[in-house]
Ligand binder design. Sequence first.
Ligand SMILES: [Zn+2]
Length: 381
Amino acid sequence: MKHRAFSFVALFFSLILAAPLFTAEIDPKLKQGEELLDAWRTAQAEELAANWLRENPKSPVALDLDARTKFYQGRYSEALATIDRALAVDSSDKRRQGWKLLTQFTLDVVKTLKRYESAHFVVFLDEKRDGILASFALETLEKSYEAIGAELGYYPKDKVRVEIAPDAAAFNAISTPLSQRDIEETGAVGICKFNKLMIISPRALSFGYRWADSLSHEYLHYAIVALSNNQAPIWLHEGMARFYETRWRRPSPAKDAAEDYLTPANQTLLVRALEKNQFIGFKKMEPSLIHLETPEQVQLAYAEAASAVDFINRSKGGAGVRELLATIVDRPSPRSSIGRRQRRSRKFSACRSALLKRRGKAFSRAKVSRKSKAATCASLK
Ligand SMILES: [Zn+2]
């Protein structure tokens, strides 16, 4: 997620879609299908739904999976018609009602947008208000496709869907998991979910934002989900997305990669965290950075996570991150390997803390030296 609206509608969605957490157990087959969809394995989910419906054509839960699959494929009208068939059998399921609303709202937004296409992406945006972004968005995405492909070895087979919401209301409607606080306070401007990338138009913000980097950032999340079978922890997601988001326009990174991913404000946050020993633990970053208490904490978390990815990159090169992602994919965790993994994890945490401290100290020294320089100049005047 990249950090900026939420109305009660979105809060309603969040509660409804999460309903099974505190109500009835979710059907195991539907759960299996949803897990496939959340790892972008739509063809497998489609097959599962088709077989299920062949056995039981009127099962509302099978229809739910079929509708969900169509939604993830961007076939919103068909998804809506399928949900209506499920609701005709059982209209009391709160989660099904929530999905109907999300599908309807998404359809209402997307039917006003125009489709633009390149070799590997399909972008939907408001032709009148945002038409000027179309060719630049596709060019950025194609460059990201090449740059990220070269770094991570990932080239999606199907074209990736991108929706650029023309305003905050539209962004709210399609980006369900975000709350008004997420968008207003933490400045969330993009999200990768439902097998697509979504950002808000830079025209909708008073001062705009680095929207091209945000597109690239969300594309990285897309790649990480596919490469890790949706198993990557948030710190790795956000760390990699921040670390690599500028790679589309800087194919060879700066000598000190931190220049690309750490703004002066981020450096100050790291220095302060070092002085007070108040780094944010990786566990606290789950399930999303948007749940952290302040915008400063969100930025600090990004800086820490990207520094950790920088650390892996320095130690093992680009292969280090690829290896890490490969070990995450559906790996059974036999008891014999747990101790080794815990030892490795402790060693990684210790090394990462050392890097953060070194980086923090370097920034502190740079600040002091800038201060002394300023004092010298002032005294010469
Ligand atoms: Zn992100």
